[in-house]
Design a protein around this ligand. Structure first.
Ligand code: GLU
Length: 329
C-alpha cells in the first residue's frame, strides 16, 4: 500500500485511539514522588504536530503535567549542541543500560562513562556539563529557555512537584555522588542534581511534547515557530538514543512492536519522533511496572499500526503539507 497519509487520516486514527483506550484503567500512577500519586488518573490526551506546524489534538492536551524523564531529551540535545556529538559520546555514551532508569548498578557496571544521557545517571551528568558551568541560576535559564524553544511555548516549573521530588530523591543523590566518585560529573554534584530535579518538574502539555518531537523530526527546525533550534546533524543522534533506551528495560519490546523512537516519563507523558513525518505525544498518568504510561503506549502503538509510522517499515508514511519558512541557522 502507498505510504502517503493526510491530516484527515491522522485525525481519524487519533480519535479512534482516544475512543478505544479512554476507559482503560490498567496501570498505576507513580507514587515514589508523592505529587504524582495525586494526579487525576483519568486524564488522557494525544497530539500530533506536522511539518506545517499544524498540531492535531484530542482529549486532555492542554493539561500541564510533569515532564519528568522526557526532559532528558532536550538537555541531551543542548549538551550535543554545546559540546558536539563526539564529546557527548565520549563523556556520557550512547548504550542502553538494560536496567531501570534510576539504576545504581548500571553505573558500577560501566567503568568509564554513565552509558546514555537518557537514564538518570547520564542525565545528571549532562546537566553538569551544560554551560555556563559553576552557576546554577544561569545553567537553569539555559535549559529552561531551550525547552521553551523546542515547544514554541512558555513552560513553568510545577513548584509542588519540584518540592515533592527534591524531598524524596535519595536514590538520585546517591547517583550524583557516585558519579562524582568516578569523575563523571563536571560541575558541583548537588547543584547538577538540583538542575536535573528542576528540569523533571517542568509542566508541559501533550501538545508541547508533540511540538518538541516535531522539532526533532524536522531536524531542529521548530515547525510552529519556524525557528532553527539546533543543528540538523543532532536529530539522528537524539532519535537513535530514544530508540535504544527511551523505555528503559522495556525499550526492545517497544521498538519491536511499535517502531517509533520515543521517550517516556513517569509523569505519564510519551513523546515519539517519526523523522521527516511528525512528532507525536500522548499523556495518561497510570504506568506499567517499568514506569511507562500504559494508555499513552497503547495510543501511539495503535496509531503507528494504522498510519504505518514504524521507522523500520519499507512503506513508511509520508505526509504532504507545506513547510513554513525557516529562519537561517
Ligand atoms: N524525576 C524522575 C526520577 O529521577 C524521572 C524518572 C522518569 O521519568 O523515568 O526519578
Amino acid at each position: 500500500m502507498n505510504g502517503k497519509i493526510d491530516k484527515k487520516r491522522i485525525a481519524a486514527a487519533m480519535n479512534d485511539a482516544y475512543g478505544k483506550f479512554r476507559d482503560d484503567s490498567s496501570g498505576k500512577n507513580a507514587d515514589y514522588i508523592p505529587y504524582l500519586a495525586g494526579i487525576p488518573k483519568d486524564l488522557f490526551g494525544i497530539a500530533v504536530c506536522l511539518a506545517d506546524g499544524d498540531t492535531l489534538t484530542v482529549g486532555d492536551t492542554g493539561y500541564a503535567f510533569g515532564i519528568e524523564s522526557v526532559s532528558k531529551v532536550p538537555t541531551a540535545i543542548l549538551a550535543m549542541e554545546q559540546y558536539g556529538r563526539k564529546e557527548i559520546l565520549d563523556k556520557i555514551g550512547a548504550d542502553a543500560t538494560g536496567l531501570p532508569f534510576n539504576s545504581v548498578m548500571a553505573i558500577l557496571l560501566e567503568n568509564d562513562h554513565p552509558s546514555t544521557p537518557l537514564v538518570n545517571a547520564g542525565a545528571i551528568s549532562a546537566c553538569s556539563l551544560i554551560r555556563p558551568t559553576g552557576n546554577g541560576r544561569r545553567k537553569w535559564a539555559a535549559i529552561h529557555g531551550f525547552i521553551e524553544e523546542l515547544c514554541a511555548s512558555k513552560v513553568s516549573l510545577i513548584s509542588e512537584l519540584y518540592e515533592s521530588e527534591a524531598k524524596t530523591n535519595f536514590n538520585n543523590r546517591a547517583i550524583s555522588w557516585l558519579l562524582r566518585n568516578y569523575n563523571r560529573i563536571y560541575d558541583d554534584p548537588d547543584m547538577s542534581l538540583d538542575i536535573y530535579t528542576r528540569q523533571c518538574s517542568i509542566g508541559v502539555t501533550a501538545a508541547d511534547l508533540a511540538i518538541m518531537a516535531a522539532t526533532i523530526a524536522f531536524e531542529g527546525r521548530n515547525p510552529v515557530s519556524g525557528r532553527r533550534v539546533f543543528r540538523p546533524e543532532i536529530s539522528p543522534c537524539i532519535t537513535s538514543l530514544m530508540a535504544t533506551v527511551g523505555f528503559y528495560e522495556r525499550t526492545g519490546d517497544w521498538m519491536f512492536s511499535t517502531g517509533v523512537p520515543a521517550k517516556s516519563g513517569v509523569g505519564g507523558g510519551i513523546m515519539g519522533v517519526v523523522p521527516g513525518v511528525m512528532g507525536i505525544a500522548a499523556f495518561a498518568p497510570p504506568l506499567d511496572g517499568a514506569g511507562n504510561s500504559v494508555k499513552a503506549q497503547k495510543a501511539i502503538s495503535y496509531m503507528s499500526e494504522q498510519l504505518h509510522l514504524n521507522v523500520f517499515g519499507a512503506e513508511r508514511a509520508s505526509v504532504e503539507c507545506e513547510c513554513r519558512q525557516t529562519e537561517p541557522a
